[in-house]
Design a protein around this ligand. Structure first.
Ligand code: KG4
Ligand code: ZN
Length: 349
């Protein structure tokens, strides 16, 4: 019988509205990555419905994990398939333990713990935000540390200096709404659809980003950020002037968010002496943000790492990579690890 290898990690991600599983070798090589999106289920409600998300994860987790195992060359017991080229079995099962929706997280955590027990593998609970940091790391093996990572997702906006795998320092964060949340709320207000970020980006393509004057909150106030006032400014403006063109409003709003994010990430890179700039999280899929961050990084002679769009949004490969780091630093997680819906970013300098 094949031995189990603790460098082979199967990860399960069910924190929000994607059911995902991936197998990653050595924390860096993606052997498979499967994502099943629930966007169509939540679309008609204009946002994620937690109860529906939990049920869909229950339905999807077995087929998604089975596909990830098969595509990576493993059978349902995490053992190498005949002729797969490896004689080692999967030694670690990781799952996102938080932050996220409690009913959604519980599906992945319970499933991963059960698999680990049945296989005799280690279990590791992973912080979802820490997972996002590893997107660039997985795609750019040459990345030199330290880097500054702008993590912009639907629930969080953090500016983190990553000194080494597992060693992070939070430089700044939003004091109210996350950047993605602002995109989602503005999209809902402008009736652009769900998910909001891509909808605003699409509308903005035919708009003029200088047509509407909007604030750039907290621009010169350290590295923290604020997006709630900007969203309110859009609502007040459009309520006062209902004839404004929606593409113009969308483009001006997007430009204001991007101006703030670009300013902060560059300031964070300077302050922390970073050797590169990384984007992570769903909002990092935004084309205008990617263009503008590339421009400023280029001007500052810093390499920029832009994960593919699939790696920016929720996936399990990033959870596997973070799980690999976590296991090396702390060992396996206890079997009574539960869902931690409000888990904070694990700052460890
Ligand atoms: O990282 P993610 O997939 O899930 C969370 O952990 O939150 O991020 C989802 C967020 C949503 O707010 C979505 O509207 C935003 O990322 N997003 C975008 C774009 N694509 C996704 N925001 C702006 N432009 C985009 N192209
Ligand atoms: Zn996420």
């Amino acid at each position: 019988m094949s031995e189990r290898d603790s460098d082979l990690v199967l990860a399960v991600e069910t924190s929000c509205d994607e059911t995902a599983a991936a197998v990653v070798a050595g924390g860096r090589t993606i052997l498979s990555s499967v994502v099943s999106s629930q966007v169509e289920l939540h679309e008609r409600f204009g946002g994620v419905v937690p109860e529906i998300a939990g049920r869909a994860h229950v339905e999807q987790v077995v087929p998604v994990v089975a596909r990830a195992l098969a595509e990576a060359g493993f059978d349902g017991a995490g053992r190498p398939l005949p002729g797969a080229g490896s004689d080692r079995g999967i030694g670690v099962v990781a799952a996102t333990s938080g932050p996220g929706l409690v009913g959604a997280l519980l599906v992945g955590v319970s499933f991963a713990k059960a698999l680990a027990l049945a296989w005799g593998a280690a279990f590791v609970g992973v912080n979802h935000l820490e997972g996002h940091l590893y997107a660039s790391f997985l795609e750019d093996p040459e990345m030199a540390l330290p880097v500054v990572v702008l993590l912009v997702s639907g629930g969080h906006t953090l500016l983190v200096a990553m000194h080494a795998p597992g060693a992070y320092e939070v430089l700044g964060q939003t004091v109210d709404d996350a950047a993605g949340e602002a995109f989602d709320k503005v999209a809902r207000f402008l009736d652009l659809g769900y998910p909001g970020g891509p909808a605003v980006e699409r509308a903005a393509r035919s708009g003029d980003p200088r047509s509407v004057t909007l604030p750039r909150p907290m621009l010169d106030e350290g590295l923290d950020m604020s997006f709630s006032g900007l969203k309110t400014a859009v609502v007040q403006l459009v309520t006062r002037q209902p004839d404004l063109s929606t593409p113009d409003v969308a483009a001006s709003f997007q430009e204001a968010v991007v101006d703030v994010l670009v300013h902060k990430v560059l300031a964070g890179a300077r302050l922390s002496g970073a050797r590169g700039i990384c984007l992570a999280g769903g909002v990092a899929a935004n084309t205008r943000l990617r263009e503008r961050v590339s421009e400023v990084a280029h001007a500052a002679c810093l390499p920029v790492y832009l994960p593919s769009r699939a790696m920016c949004t929720d996936n399990a490969a990033m959870i596997a990579a973070a799980g690999h780091v976590r296991l090396a630093a702390d060992g396996p997680s206890p079997m009574d690890t539960g869902a931690e819906p409000s888990a904070r970013f694990p700052e460890r300098a």
